[in-house]
Ligand binder design. Sequence first.
Ligand SMILES: *Cc1c(COP(=O)(O)O)cnc(C)c1O
Length: 452
Amino acid sequence: MSSASSSSSAPGSSAASTGKTSMLSKAFSKVDLDGHDLPPSPAPSSPHNGRKYALATELVYTESNDQYNASSVPIYQTATFKQTSGGGGGEYDYTRSGNPTRSHLERHLAKIMSANRALAVSSGMGALDVITRLLRPGDEVVTGDDLYGGTNRLLKYLATNGDITVHHVDTTNPDKVQEVLGPKTAMVLLETPTNPLIKIVDISTIASLAHAANPKALVAVDNTMLSPMLLNPLDIGADIVYESGTKYLSGHHDLMAGVIAVQDPAIGDKLFFTINASGCGLSPFDSWLLLRGIKTLGVRMEKQQSNAQRIAEFLESHGFKVRYPGLRSHPQYDLHWSMARGAGAVLSFETGDVQVSERIVESARLWGISVSFGCVNSLISMPCRMSHASIDAKTRAERQMPEDIIRLCVGIEDVDDLIDDLSRALVQAGAVNVTLNGFHALNAPGQTVGSS
Ligand SMILES: *Cc1c(COP(=O)(O)O)cnc(C)c1O
């Protein structure tokens, strides 16, 4: 728990937020954390004795107590719920505080995120906003120097307006993290792999260092890049994991959502208090869409990952500097695989020339020019011009972000079609030297020729 959690003004529990939970707790012995007489969170699905279901099964399998046994959990598109008596008493009363579709999603998420409690909010940044409200003025945050642009912006806002000190260090080096850790460290915020530089962060080592510096420090991990399919940060020392549900969890770029998961129910209660107080809980319809997306996370991620591996090998074998943890050439290959079950489907490469990179991006047809990732469609972008444009050029240079870097977010299309389209774009953009024997990168920096 953070220093924030010991503050007397902090919300004590969800009971305070609904005012009726304590009453209900007396009436029912098996009420869950929200005061609902439903299966506990996470909802049980594996048989009590015998085999524990694998993640691929858990993603698909859900149990609900729907009155008609609907196979697809219904969308409770309602703001209010009628009560049985003047004193309330219903499981739900108001959708900002709780809605059956959202509760079902949250229980499902808790299971697959290896958590005791999961919470769904309106976006990934909304999730980080809720998490950072655990901080108090004077607190210190330690985080990376290759962060998601929106994360950078929110932390800058807190540093400017919230009297929070934010240390941006190279989190790929635990020694650098150690240098800024101390008793005032309230939160350590990590992303792995980082994006677009695809740097790997040693979650468990940094979590131990952080907890040694301040036992109340909270280690929060942004797991958007890998999803619960490939990594469960709560199992390796993190206190809080959050993800943008807009990406892999939903998978179709048709909704925005954020999810937060914790082991400690006391932290879960505080996060719930903020969600209820500020009103950022995920809407019933988006909860339903996200639940539907999660069911195919396994097959999507498998296909996206195998496509990404082929494409990374293709680019590397043609002389480009490629960053992808599925390649042996990745300097932190072993560290990545010591934590994760796969390499994910985001990679980046350099051409050595900003104009050439621009032409490649514009020449690709199958690859949509778009920020974001995690969609079934393949996407191409220049982070310095798009997703990371909110980080000023000087800071980008300090963080050694190559202006020519191209990010590929690989989808589920036929991989030969994707490679064919990319080859055509490389030739058209003049990025490669075409000979009778094929083609090779013209001026990629630090290239490792023919290493595959
Ligand atoms: C997209 C993203 C976010 C923010 O999520 P939104 O749903 O867009 O608010 C945070 N972290 C990472 C790594 C992301 O890719």
